[in-house]
Write a protein that binds this ligand. Structure first.
Ligand SMILES: NC(=O)c1ccc[n+]([C@@H]2O[C@H](COP(=O)([O-])OP(=O)(O)OC[C@H]3O[C@@H](n4cnc5c(N)ncnc54)[C@H](OP(=O)(O)O)[C@@H]3O)[C@@H](O)[C@H]2O)c1
Length: 256
């Protein structure tokens, strides 16, 4: 665990923070002293963890919801952040999912648009909306969630999703160069196969077990395994000379 004051006084936004990887990232930023706008997802669930309500009650967390696939959905969140923060130190663009497994010949226009809007366009929109606040932050950093599938191509039915993650990785590298003169760093965390709701929806137990056997460290990852990488890349003290990089968190599933 990082020092409890590592992000003391800093303003952080985490998207897709209602469950899975984003929830653990939000928890660890809160534990390290940050004020966090936690975008919980499309809704604010009633059965949320106690630590979020405690932090919200103390004014350290603001819980909000926005559907990034709906027209104007990202702007709803951007407006919430603007009403809460005068400046932003860390933006974590994490919301996303595969949406479904779609064989290439059967993919509908609507499915294609949904996968792109959620995993790709929303990252561009949120980044654009947050840049004025980030420019007022102290040593600002953007950390985007990509995926091992951006490098491997993913598995059957995930071609468009995997390509959106490759887009975000490349977008982040270009942005890192563009924003470096302003002192804004941009990096990515690339999770491997992480045991969250994500795979409960899109992968069978048999597929997950076969994947587990292929992972050199011998197990699937957890949100706990991923979150420290986000805090590391967000912290000027820990990674102030790192920008434009993708940090792979996958137990050795991809070594190249
Ligand atoms: N788990 C893995 O193995 C893995 C591997 C590589 C990359 N990733 C990436 O890691 C990130 C987090 O994944 P996870 O495993 O933590 O998945 P998760 O548990 O399914 O969480 C996904 C988050 O994204 C939000 N989201 C989904 N659709 C949305 C929409 N239309 N508008 C706004 N928010 C939406 C969800 O909110 P709702 O509750 O509203 O759905 C939820 O908060 C994603 O970008 C994912 O692609 C995951």
């Amino acid at each position: 665990m990082y020092h409890p004051a590592l992000f003391s006084g800093m303003n952080v936004v985490v998207t897709g923070g209602g469950r899975g990887i984003g929830l653990e990232v939000a928890r660890q930023f809160l534990d390290c002293g940050a004020r966090v706008v936690v975008h919980m997802g499309r809704t604010i669930p009633l059965d949320r963890p106690d630590f979020l309500d405690l932090a919200a009650g103390e004014g350290r967390a603001l819980l909000c919801s926005a559907d990034f696939v709906e027209t104007g959905g990202v702007q709803v969140l951007a407006d919430e952040v603007g009403s809460r923060f005068d400046s932003l130190d860390v933006l974590v663009n994490n919301a996303g999912t595969m949406v479904g497994r779609f064989p290439a010949a059967e993919l509908t226009d609507e499915e294609y648009r949904t996968i792109l809007q959620l995993n790709q366009t929303s990252v561009v929109e949120m980044t654009r909306a947050m840049l004025p606040l980030l420019r007022k932050g102290a040593h600002p950093a953007i950390v985007n969630t990509v995926s091992i599938s951006a490098r491997t191509g993913g598995s059957a039915g995930s071609s468009v999703y995997s390509a959106t993650k490759a887009f975000v990785a490349t977008y982040s590298k270009a942005l890192a160069r563009e924003l470096a003169p302003e002192g804004i760093r941009v990096n990515c965390v690339s999770p491997g196969t992480i045991a969250t709701d994500f795979h409960q929806r899109y992968s069978t137990p048999e597929k997950l077990e076969a994947t587990r056997k292929s992972i050199p460290l011998g197990r699937l990852g957890t949100a706990d395994d991923c979150a420290p990488a986000y805090l590391f890349l967000a912290s000027h003290a820990l990674s102030g000379y790192i920008t434009g990089q993708v940090l792979e968190v996958n137990g050795g599933q991809l070594i190249c």
